[in-house]
Design a protein. Structure first.
Length: 429
């Protein structure tokens, strides 16, 4: 692109120089020839003053000294040479001066000729002829053209320097934008186009950066959706599989009970899928609230799902709430998913007995999930994705879901570990 910008600038400069130099060259030629004719006329006029009225009687006339390369001659009324240097008989220029022309000029035979009539008593008694070689004038014209050509070449060289600098200034931001695009194509979504001094290129860079930002958000949203789906579906699928395998392994097991448990887990799995899809459709916007459900029912369902999981490892899961508080409404599926995340976190990273407690605070409900382990992470960063010794997805997802329910999830204690979910009370919908 730099070469194209330089070529365009050079073509424009060359056209401008040609349009300027050609008329100027013509003007130089005209000026040199006009100046030489003026010199010849002045010399001829000076010679006329030296010619007295006795010239017609045959008295000799002494003409003034001419310039180098110039010839002065005096002719009588018969156009014969009487004094000076020149052709023996005057040509057409002399005849025109004798005919009454004030100043007769001509250019023929490679000479510039000026003839001035000599008058006495209001009649022409002779003609002074001044001439010089046109080649002398042309040599000066050619020197003038050479100087003009040199100036044009100098201007063209300056145009090349300016064009190269401007081409570099114009193309450098575009080349930087191309490198940024290649970096993004290689997977670096943090690359951004830099600011330049050219408004139009800056506008393109801003649009490019906006596009990349939106693209990065979409890709991050897709990654979060995949991670959320994997994290939230893994536990219920595992529970469903273990329940069915346990029923198959026990010949005396009641198949209806196993099928009922599998059906309940399937419904929970369906709710989980709906919640993950709802979270994915909302993107970075506000999540719509889910239907209300008594919080006691959610705690009982969570106890049924997780009791066997903890019991299988020799751990206990206890729940505690007041009956009146258990009838208060909360966003059902959202709270259900948050409880699963917190219980899964206690199962994977906690120790000892896990306690699920509901407290009525008057204007809000507090759900505490506590175990006998300790957390050494900073409470301010534990909810960020990728933090911790696991996938770092569950707690970040739980806090996002809590925000969607207009609540707040926090690490209330690190020794022992206790997470608290605060939910504002709302009317049943």
């Amino acid at each position: 692109m730099r070469a194209r910008v330089v070529r365009v600038a050079l073509v424009a400069a060359a056209v401008a120089l040609v349009l300027l130099a050609v008329p100027l060259a013509v003007a130089v030629r005209y000026a040199f020839f006009a100046d030489e004719r003026g010199e010849l006329e002045r010399d001829a006029m000076a010679a006329v003053v030296q010619v007295g009225p006795d010239f017609t009687a045959g008295d000799p006339v002494e003409l003034p000294r001419s310039r180098p390369g110039e010839a002065l001659a005096l002719y009588d009324t018969a156009a014969r040479l009487r004094s000076g240097s020149g052709p023996s008989t005057g040509g057409g220029t002399v005849h025109r001066a004798l005919a009454g022309s004030v100043v007769a000029q001509s250019q023929s035979g490679g000479e510039l000729v000026v003839a001035v009539p000599v008058s006495s008593s209001e009649r022409v008694i002779g003609v002074v002829r001044a001439s010089t070689s046109a080649r002398t004038v042309w040599s000066r014209v050619l020197w003038g053209w050479a100087v003009l050509l040199g100036l044009c070449l100098l201007a063209l060289g300056a145009a090349v320097v300016v064009a190269r600098k401007q081409a570099a200034a114009l193309t450098a931001p575009l080349e930087a934008l191309a490198r940024t695009s290649l970096a993004i194509a290689d997977g670096d979504l943090t690359a951004r186009a830099e600011h330049s001094t050219i408004a139009e290129i800056d506008e393109v860079a801003r649009a490019h950066n906006t596009m990349v930002t939106h693209l990065a958000q979409l890709l991050e949203h897709e990654r979060h959706f995949t991670a959320n789906a994997s994290h939230q579906l893994r536990t219920p699928l595992t529970g469903l599989q273990l329940g069915l395998e346990a029923a198959l392994a026990d010949p005396e097991a009641d198949p209806r009970a196993a099928l009922a448990e599998a059906a309940e887990r399937s419904r929970h799995l369906d709710h989980t899928i709906d919640e993950v899809l709802r979270l994915a459709r909302a993107g970075v916007g506000t999540l719509p609230l889910t239907a209300n459900q008594p919080v006691g029912e959610l705690l009982e369902a969570a106890d049924r799902r997780w009791h066997g999981v903890f019991a299988g490892e020799g751990r206990r899961l206890t729940t505690a709430w007041e009956p009146e508080a258990g009838r208060l409404p909360v966003p059902g599926r959202t709270v259900d998913q948050i409880l699963d995340v917190l219980l899964d976190n206690a199962h994977r990273h906690g120790r000892g007995t896990v306690t699920l407690t509901l407290r009525d605070l008057g204007t809000a409900l507090a759900l505490d999930v506590a175990d006998e382990g300790t957390k050494t992470l900073d409470p301010r960063t534990i909810f960020e994705r990728g933090i911790g010794d696991g996938s770092g997805i569950g707690l970040a997802l739980a806090r996002q879901l809590a925000g969607a329910a207009e609540g707040r999830l926090a690490l209330a204690s690190t020794a022992p570990t206790r997470f608290t979910l605060l939910l504002p009370l709302r009317e049943e919908g």
